[in-house]
Structures are given as structure tokens and as C-alpha cells.
Design a protein around this ligand. Structure first.
Ligand code: FES
Ligand SMILES: [Fe+2]
Length: 363
């Protein structure tokens, strides 16, 4: 089913300016908010009286008032008042979950709460660094999250799915540039490819400011079970690699149910970081790009549900990294099943081969 002893993303800081946020996470309804003192709080979104979602009610100070008969619950899940009676029954409690902020991203822990150590949150510091500019968004996909992992690890689909944005021309498909696949321990898979002397796809021409021939590299990095990072660099062929425009696309997937996924994303870049128009352009452009993925993976999901088949039915050379990621996921699920206290400290996600370039901008 799902890996539980891991932090999952539930939104960005800005989402928590609302009185509360309600989402289904790993199949469970959760209501979340930032308390008046700035603490992050997550409660089960279910009134213990008659099971009505508390999110149909109201936030009153740091409490949530059920919208049916007005019982109130504080941020630790305790019932603080019941209209018409003084005595509060023992069972009038709501479950809570650990919820924390790290690098401007809000993370929830749905597993054994004694194991919820903040050190287990992967390092995505680019999202809140003042050396990087971020364009952020959210998509909801009606598919199992592993189909998105597959999609983000095999980027050869860009040529066909993303013709109008980030895909190369069909005459020079991304698949022609064989990725080098490496593993980081038993929880990270990386697929890196270099594409030299190619025509800049439309989106990248915008980033550079004009049409040109570019060198491009692209690393798809996956952390089990559902964090993905695309590290990309581009520069006109006549310019030095150290001057490359570098962007990291954070694809932060959280299973909503077995057949639907929350897709929080951020594109962070190290160039023209004060250019608000570019930030907005990248937000709109990426949003359109991910809409294109949605059409594909949702159609895949429907077919899988109709027929009960698994993917890939036939594997190509491009499936090397998605297949390894699926194997790692199966191992992780088994380890957690055999040892309910099993956790893994995530290693740094950016691959060594990018450091030479990234160092310049991150120092
Ligand atoms: S269902 Fe919530 S108070 Fe009755
Ligand atoms: Fe895509």
C-alpha cells in the first residue's frame, strides 16, 4: 500500500495563510492549520460525534468548531466544549499527526509518531533560499503516485508529450541521449543525460531570451517513495558550462488515495532571480507542461483499473530507472512491514556531476 514512516508534503507555507487546509492523505481525511503562535497542527478531519468532516465547520481562534452540533476541538485534539453540557466524555477526542515546516514546505507524518524525526525530511533548501527564485503550483492527478514516479524518471516522454514546451524535436528525440543510471544507497535512483548541440525547445529559448543551439543536461532524481527532482542546465553552445542557467524542478508527490495523487511542485532557478515576470512565466509554463502529463497518466490509470494489468508490460531501455525505483519501493514496503520501526535517513539528492556547476551559485 503506502510507505508510512516517511514525511509527506501537504503544501507550501503560503497555503497555510488560509484558516485551515483539508486534504485526504494516504486515504485518511486530514485538517491542517497554522496556530496563532505559528505552530503547525494536523487533526483527523472527522468529528468523533457523528463523523462529519470538521472541515465543514469553522476555525475559532486555535480551535475547530464542528459545523453540525458545535462541539469544539483544540489543536491537541481535545474536546474543549459541547453545547448544552458541562461534562466532556473521554472519547470526545480527535487524532492528531505531526506536521512541520522545513524550507518553506509543510510536511506531515502519517506513520508511527514516535519515529517522526525532522532529520528524516529530505533537504530541499532551494525552495526557501534567497539565491534561488521559485515558481510554485499544485496539480491533482487521478492516478497512483507510482505512475508519476515512472513519468518523472523516464523523461524521454518530453519529446512527444511536451512538444510545445520542453520537448526536443522528433528528429532528435531525448531517447537518443542514453541516460546514465546510478543509485544512492537503497532509496535514491538518478538518471542523468547530456544533450549537446541541440535546438533549444520553446520553453528554454524563453529562458535564454532567444532561439539558439544549446548544450543541455538533465538529471531525474527520485527518492523513495515519492519525492522527485529534475535538475536541468542549459547554455548556448558557444558559452561556458559554468554560465549555465540551472533550474531544479521539485515534484513533491503525496498519495491521496490508491488512485489519486497530490502533486506539489516548485521550479527554482539560479538566474534572473529578481525577474518577477519570468517567475510568473515559469509558473504558467510549468503548469501547462504538467497538464500535458496529466492527460497521459490519467488515461494509463483508467486502463490499469479496467484491466488489472501492471506496467510496464514491455520494458524498453528507458525503463531502467523507473524499474529500479519500483524495486526499491517494494523493498521499502517489505522492510517497513517486517520492522514497523524502520526509517531511512535521506541522503543529499543533487548528484555529484552537477556540483561543479552548482557550487558557483550555491557558495
Ligand atoms: S457531528 Fe460534530 S458535533 Fe455533532
Ligand atoms: Fe512530463
Amino acid at each position: 500500500m503506502f510507505v508510512r514512516n516517511v514525511w509527506y508534503v501537504v503544501g507550501f507555507e503560503k497555503d497555510f495563510e488560509a484558516p485551515f487546509v483539508a486534504r485526504r492523505i494516504l486515504g485518511e481525511p486530514v485538517l491542517m492549520y497554522r496556530s496563532l503562535a505559528g505552530r503547525y497542527v494536523a487533526l483527523k478531519d472527522e468529528c468523533p460525534h457523528r463523523l462529519v468532516p470538521l472541515s465543514l465547520g469553522e476555525r475559532v481562534g486555535d480551535c475547530i468548531q464542528c459545523g453540525y452540533h458545535g462541539m469544539c476541538f483544540s489543536s491537541d485534539g481535545a474536546c474543549t466544549s459541547i453545547p448544552g453540557q458541562d461534562k466532556i466524555p473521554e472519547a470526545a477526542r480527535v487524532d492528531t499527526y505531526p506536521l512541520v515546516e522545513r524550507h518553506g514546505i509543510i510536511w506531515i507524518w502519517m506513520g508511527n509518531r514516535d519515529l517522526a524525526a525532522p532529520e528524516l525530511i529530505p533537504d530541499l533548501h532551494w525552495n526557501s533560499s534567497d539565491r534561488w527564485a521559485a515558481s510554485r503550483g499544485y496539480h491533482h492527478f487521478d492516478c497512483n503516485y507510482t505512475l508519476m514516479n515512472d513519468n518523472l524518471l523516464d523523461l524521454s516522454h518530453e519529446t512527444y508529450v511536451h512538444k510545445s514546451t520542453i520537448g526536443t524535436r522528433e528528429e532528435e528525440p531525448i531517447a537518443n541521449f542514453t541516460p546514465k543510471v546510478t543509485m544512492g544507497g537503497d532509496c535514491v535512483v538518478r538518471a542523468h543525460r547530456e544533450m549537446r548541440g541541440i535546438e533549444a525547445p520553446p520553453f528554454f529559448a524563453t529562458m535564454i531570451g532567444h532561439d539558439c543551439i544549446i548544450n543541455r543536461w538533465q538529471s531525474a532524481i527520485h527518492l523513495v517513495p515519492s519525492i522527485n527532482l529534475t535538475v536541468l542546465g542549459i547554455h548556448p553552445v558557444e558559452e561556458d558550462r559554468a554560465t549555465a542557467r540551472v533550474a531544479h524542478v521539485l515534484h513533491l508527490l503525496t498519495p491521496e488515495t490508491e488512485s489519486s495523487t497530490h502533486y506539489f511542485w516548485a521550479v527554482v532557478r539560479n538566474f534572473r532571480i529578481d525577474d518577477a515576470d519570468l517567475t510568473e512565466e515559469l509558473r504558467v509554463g510549468n503548469s501547462r507542461t504538467f497538464d500535458e502529463d496529466r492527460g497521459i497518466v490519467e488515461a494509463q490509470q483508467r486502463r490499469i483499473m479496467e484491466t488489472g494489468q501492471t506496467v510496464p508490460r514491455v520494458a524498453t531501455v528507458q525503463d531502467q530507472s523507473p524499474i529500479r525505483a519500483r524495486r526499491m519501493l517494494q523493498n521499502r514496503l517489505k522492510q517497513e512491514h517486517d520492522d514497523p520501526a524502520y526509517t531511512v535517513l535521506p541522503p543529499p539528492l543533487v548528484p555529484e556531476h552537477s556540483f561543479a556547476v552548482l557550487e558557483e551559485f550555491m557558495a
